[in-house]
Ligand binder design. Structure first.
Ligand code: PMP
Length: 457
């Protein structure tokens, strides 16, 4: 049955009656009614009422290659016809996860050559947590199992991924986190740097919080540190350049594994295949999902470094972990075709050399002086706009989070989809955006800010 047999109002009524949305206040959603997105093309999505919206979030940070890619449709169709499903359990596999693993090993940092598949970023982080603890157990150090994470980290919504994450509101609903995970401050200079403290010094101080946590726990008890190179859902918090080299040094000093969560930053967003490469980080695991298939299929890949993989193979013994859809042949076929598009069209080089720098310049020039804007920052094609009541003092609007939500709603009315995280507006567009798309986006954002300013003041 096609949705086209139903009006928008009928669809909204069915949605309200039967569909529980993720991360949603259901009373609020029922009062407002959902926006039903029915189709998309290139950089734009369209709702059931016919509105065209420039998608500055690439869906949910994932549609890196943009919408309307018939090549990906064809890859899925061909694979479904030949072999829709078979598993990778009991000494079997299918061709596409093998080809994809080979491909991923070639684009990943040099010392990373193994892949464990799942269907979501959350699953991949569950895998990562179990794997690093399993690694230390195999190494004869099962007590080395504490993981250090950060406030405002987002690593997913399963119980383990929520426990790894540093979202206070999510922890409030956990009723028992996975044990032995500790959180430290995040490198968010806009709010946490002291007056007069340089970015460089603040980055070192934020890294020292990790060292302090390792020393407090005892390095012999610490398995790993986990972090997103740029904290995405926490508000596109971009660390100072001094942060990651210092984290790397600390992890090496105390023999603590380094786990990167590149679910957002992977597959081109920062102007390299992985932020590990654009920021020169050398991790033991890299969690990836989203842009791997540009969202056309659910798929995650935990990239596993040689150190961990060698122990798994050398020590042997079954790792009791995996999912029905680990290495799903259709999802992997789509991922292969997607990586091919990203490479063939030079999307990564475009972000690195052209649209990435241009996005930063255009945002600064277009809205950097707006009365509501306390800071704009970007790295590659991911950006944040800090919303303030007073540009000088950086005082926020009351209540926290309200102003950004007002701006988000005006943004959608002005034809651009952005997201609000507390008082920060965030953008993570498809990598197909051109300078022209960026100009159009900045115009729409400026109109939204103007409209919001009239409402808020
Ligand atoms: N890690 C990061 C950094 C993410 O941004 C997300 C999703 N936004 C996840 C993990 C979880 O991915 P998923 O929603 O696919 O489980």
């Amino acid at each position: 049955m096609s949705y086209q047999n139903f009006s928008n109002a009928q669809m909204q009524a069915m949605d309200a009656a039967h569909h529980l949305h993720p991360f949603t206040d259901h009373a609020d959603l029922r009062a407002a009614g959902s926006r039903i997105i029915t189709r998309a093309d290139g950089a734009y999505v369209y709702d059931a009422l016919g509105n065209e919206i420039l998608d500055a979030m690439a869906g949910l940070w994932c549609v890196n290659a943009g919408y309307g890619r018939t090549e990906l449709v064809e890859a899925a169709r061909a694979q479904m016809e030949e072999l829709p499903y078979y598993n990778s359990f009991f000494r079997c596999t299918t061709p596409t996860p093998v080809l994809l693993a080979d491909r991923l090993a070639r684009i990943a940092p040099e010392h990373i050559n193994q892949v464990f598949y799942g269907s979501s970023g959350s699953e991949a982080n569950d895998t990562a947590l179990r794997l690093v603890r399993h690694y230390w157990a195999l190494e004869g150090k099962p007590e080395k199992n504490i993981v250090i994470s950060r406030d405002w980290a987002y690593h997913g919504s399963t119980i383990a991924a929520t426990s790894l994450g540093g979202m206070a509101a999510m922890h409030g609903q956990l009723y028992g986190a996975v044990p032995n995970i500790r959180h430290v401050m995040c490198p968010y200079a806009f709010e946490l740097a002291e007056p007069g403290e340089s970015d460089h010094d603040f980055g070192l101080r934020a890294a020292k919080a990790v060292e302090d946590a390792i020393l407090e726990a005892g390095p012999e008890n610490v398995a790993a540190f986990i972090g997103e190179p740029i904290q995405g859902a926490g508000g596109v918090k971009i660390p100072p350049a001094s942060y990651w080299p210092e984290i790397q040094r600390i992890c090496e000093k105390y023999d603590v594994l380094l786990m990167l969560d590149e679910v957002i930053t992977g597959y081109g967003r920062t102007g390299a295949w992985f932020a590990a490469q654009s920021m020169d980080i050398s991790p033991d695991t890299i969690t990836t999902a989203k842009g791997l298939t540009s969202g056309y299929q659910p798929l995650s890949a935990l990239l596993v470094g040689d150190r961990i993989a060698k122990t798994l193979v050398d020590k042997g013994g079954e790792f009791f972990h995996g999912y029905t859809y680990s290495g799903h042949p259709v999802a992997c076929a789509v991922a292969l075709a997607n990586l091919e598009i990203i490479e063939r069209e030079g999307l990564i080089e475009r972000v690195r050399d052209d649209t990435g720098p241009y996005l930063g310049e255009a945002l600064s020039a277009g809205i950097g002086d707006h009365a509501l804007v306390g800071e704009v920052r970007s790295f590659g094609l991911v950006a944040a706009i800090e919303i303030v009541w007073d540009r000088e003092t950086r005082e926020r609007f009351e209540p926290g989070g309200h102003a950004a939500t007002v701006i988000r709603d005006h943004a959608i009315d002005n034809g651009i989809m952005m997201r609000a995280v507390m008082d920060t507006m965030i953008l993570s567009p498809p990598l197909i955006w051109t300078r022209q798309t960026i100009d159009e986006a900045v115009d729409r954002i400026r109109s939204a800010l103007d409209a919001a300013a009239r409402e808020l003041r």
